[in-house]
Design a protein around this ligand. Sequence first.
Ligand SMILES: C[C@@]1(CC(=O)O)c2cc3[nH]c(cc4nc(cc5[nH]c(cc(n2)[C@H]1CCC(=O)O)[C@@](C)(CC(=O)O)[C@@H]5CCC(=O)O)C(CC(=O)O)=C4CCC(=O)O)c(CCC(=O)O)c3CC(=O)O
Ligand SMILES: NC(=O)C1=CN([C@@H]2O[C@H](COP(=O)(O)OP(=O)(O)OC[C@H]3O[C@@H](n4cnc5c(N)ncnc54)[C@H](O)[C@@H]3O)[C@@H](O)[C@H]2O)C=CC1
Length: 142
Amino acid sequence: MFIDLTEKKVVVAGAGTIAKRRIRSLLNFTNHLTVIAPEVNKELKSLEAEGLLTILKRKCEMEDFYSADLVIAATNDAQINNAIYDTCRKQGILVNVCSDKQKCDFYFPGIAMKDQVVVGITASGKDHKRAKALVEQIRSIL
Ligand SMILES: C[C@@]1(CC(=O)O)c2cc3[nH]c(cc4nc(cc5[nH]c(cc(n2)[C@H]1CCC(=O)O)[C@@](C)(CC(=O)O)[C@@H]5CCC(=O)O)C(CC(=O)O)=C4CCC(=O)O)c(CCC(=O)O)c3CC(=O)O
Ligand SMILES: NC(=O)C1=CN([C@@H]2O[C@H](COP(=O)(O)OP(=O)(O)OC[C@H]3O[C@@H](n4cnc5c(N)ncnc54)[C@H](O)[C@@H]3O)[C@@H](O)[C@H]2O)C=CC1
């Protein structure tokens, strides 16, 4: 299922390696992306300056997720990620917790895109290295 994210509100907690990779993917699909983290690097600041996302430069609060449609919990604090999971489940919000694959309503796919064609790859949560290798092959085919 390819959900139209254009008007969906996406909230990403954390702005580290994993969050940034996923933000780069998500920006292809949504105009409503908020990133919450106490420290944010230059790449994300310049995306904010271009009007492509909103940054809240602080630790996340559970209220931050109440109005979200889709949440990525990508802090390096497992307790916070788990609290985000509990909050989202109670509110019926789709959530992906990058530190615990048991706490993913959806796995984050590797993405290959060319023009209007989008290919999303998952190895069913069992082999991210294989997903990555296949994404690279499919990018070269596309
Ligand atoms: C299950 C899943 C859940 C989810 O988070 O959604 C998950 C979980 C975990 N990944 C971990 C580690 C890494 N993952 C990557 C990369 C990718 N991981 C992605 C997806 C997923 N990762 C979900 C579905 C996976 C599937 O389909 O099977 C991709 C496809 C999409 C994306 O993240 O953008 C992207 C490749 C595509 C691309 O790069 O374009 C790298 C970097 C690399 O490989 O270079 C490392 C660094 C470590 C290394 O180098 O090994 C760990 C830590 C434990 C460990 O080390 O195993 C967990 C936690 C756990 O397994 O419990
Ligand atoms: N699913 C995946 O593909 C992978 C998952 N992991 C897991 O993901 C976690 C994050 O990994 P990285 O991105 O490499 O970590 P990182 O250290 O690069 O980034 C962590 C981010 O979380 C932010 N943060 C910390 N506390 C916060 C809070 N209370 N509120 C908001 N933001 C907060 C930090 O400011 C930073 O931006 C790891 O701890 C590990 O458990 C690690 C490798 C791959």
